[in-house]
Design a protein around this ligand. Structure first.
Ligand code: HEM
Length: 456
């Protein structure tokens, strides 16, 4: 049968929907779904974009027909000036495979188990800092900022044996600035990359600051490696990257090494930060879920600091994390470029199309979630999980390019949340207004999340 042509959204709007998309990216896409269904095309400024919003499509694009798609898509072109050719963005499949194979052993559940003490230790230090804080005029914690520093400390200590305490805040600010600028580039594609507009200058400064942060991490260790006896007892990911050789026997050059470390920091930082910040926010708004979490943490841990071996028994805590990643999926969009013509659900996918997958919308698909806007950790009981197609829920992506840090992130999130929940709660300030998600390159809580620390 000849494939049909895709329905087109935004035809009645100026510039193929580009302005509507710029004004309200999620609203534009949700409206497209309600008018045209789970697969439609739109053409902001002449670009071919296709939204795919059904689990079967996701499975086809990311897993079964993965060889027909790559990352040479407009989203990754936009972030490439920041991330270079590191693991997140690299489009060349052979090079990607080499880099991924080299890094994967550092991210298995067994390796992650070795980082658990570091994850709880850094969380305990954060709690001590919170306790020591002079009571400010409002007593509020900037949770997003605090958790951001925690996430950076954990990833850098675990994988690069680097202490980034001092520099963490600089990185956070630089990333926030870059995320804002790149998010706006994505919503209004794609101004020429050379004009020195104020936004572009802001992006340049942010890139320079992040580069300085990464150079600091590398300097700590490259300096250390030369000074006898100061390199880590166990070889870490940085040791491996430093001494890796490609098929022709060449070591990774400093530029590539820099980008790989940056990709890991960026991949690990904002996603985990947003997930844990949103989890505290959702628990503060849902006392019944918070009470069940406390009951489990008390029963399983009896006041102890959690270990990696406790994870299977911290079932409800994990469900809270899974549900948070559903409602506020931090990496809310990804994209693939069609290397060849394809057919999905009977529709023709033209070669060169940019296929957009938006997990904020996919995770609210009414066919697969009873009450999509409601925070309900029991969406992740084994029975309910078994009722849904696997690709209805993909906060870490799927297929060969699934998040390499998935086990790391899940262990970190459950361990950090249960470590805090043993003795503390984070509560909403009086007159708190709802926090809105802001769809930048990641799904950021607009204005950050501010909560008050309380003892249980
Ligand atoms: C809640 C936390 C996290 C979420 C939601 C998340 C989400 C994702 C998603 C959706 C992808 C796939 C993107 C695509 O298919 O285009 C991805 C890839 C990646 N993530 Fe994560 N991530 C998280 C944590 C981490 C951590 C902790 C690390 C590192 C320690 C990490 C490093 C990476 C890297 C390097 C890639 C690229 C993998 C490849 O293409 O081979 N992420 N992540």
């Amino acid at each position: 049968m000849t494939p049909r042509e895709l329905p087109i959204a935004g035809t009645r709007e100026i510039l193929g929907g580009a302005l509507a998309f710029k004004r309200d990216q999620l609203g534009f896409l949700a409206d497209g779904i309600s008018r045209h269904g789970d697969l439609f095309r739109f053409s902001p400024l002449g670009l071919t974009m296709i939204l795919a919003n059904h689990p079967d499509h996701i499975q086809h694009i990311l897993v079964d027909g993965e060889h027909r798609y790559d990352k040479d898509a407009s989203l990754f072109k936009i972030v490439r000036p920041v991330l270079g050719e590191g693991l997140i963005v690299i489009a060349d499949k052979e090079r990607w495979r080499r880099q991924r194979r080299m890094m994967a052993p550092h991210f298995t559940p067994r390796t992650v188990a070795g980082f658990a003490e570091n994850m709880t230790g850094e969380t305990l230090s954060m709690l001590e800092r919170w306790e020591r804080r002079p009571a400010g005029d409002d007593g509020l914690l900037d949770v997003t900022d605090e958790i951001g520093q925690l996430a950076l400390r954990i990833v850098n200590r675990s994988l690069f044996s680097a202490d980034v305490s001092e520099a963490a805040q600089t990185f956070e600010r630089a990333f926030a600035s870059a995320n804002g600028v790149l998010g706006s580039f994505f919503r209004f594609p794609f101004p020429p990359l050379t004009w020195p507009t104020p936004r572009r200058r802001r992006l340049r400064r942010a890139i320079d600051d992040m580069d300085r942060f990464i150079s600091g991490v590398l300097k700590q260790r490259l300096g250390d490696e030369e000074a006898e006896g100061t390199s880590p007892a166990e070889p870490d990911l940085l040791t491996l990257l430093l001494h890796s050789v490609d098929d022709d026997g060449h070591e990774m050059d400093l530029g590539q090494l820099h980008h790989e470390v940056l990709n890991i920091c960026v991949g690990a930082f904002e996603t985990t930060t947003n997930a844990l910040s949103w989890a505290f926010y959702l628990l503060a708004r849902h006392p019944e879920a918070e009470a069940r979490l406390h009951e489990e943490v008390d029963r399983v841990l009896g006041g102890r600091v959690p270990t990696f071996d406790d994870l299977p028994r911290l079932e409800y805590t994990r469900r809270v994390i899974d549900e948070t990643l559903r409602i506020y999926s931090p990496a809310h969009m990804t994209m693939r470029h069609a290397r060849e013509e394809d057919v999905i659900a009977g529709y023709r996918i033209p070669v060169g199309s940019n296929i957009l997958i938006n997990t904020y919308l996919l995770h609210r698909h009414p066919e697969f979630w009873h009450s999509p806007e409601t925070f309900d950790p029991d969406n992740f009981t084994p029975e309910r999980v078994a009722e849904r197609p696997k690709h209805a829920y993909v906060p870490f992506g799927s297929g060969p390019r699934v998040c390499v840090g998935k086990h790391f992130a899940l262990a970190e999130l459950v361990l950090a949340l249960s470590t805090v929940a043993r003795g503390h709660r984070l509560v909403l300030p009086r007159d708190a207004r709802p926090v809105e998600p802001e769809p930048l390159v990641t799904l950021h809580p607009r204005g950050g999340i501010q909560l008050r620390l309380a003892h249980r």
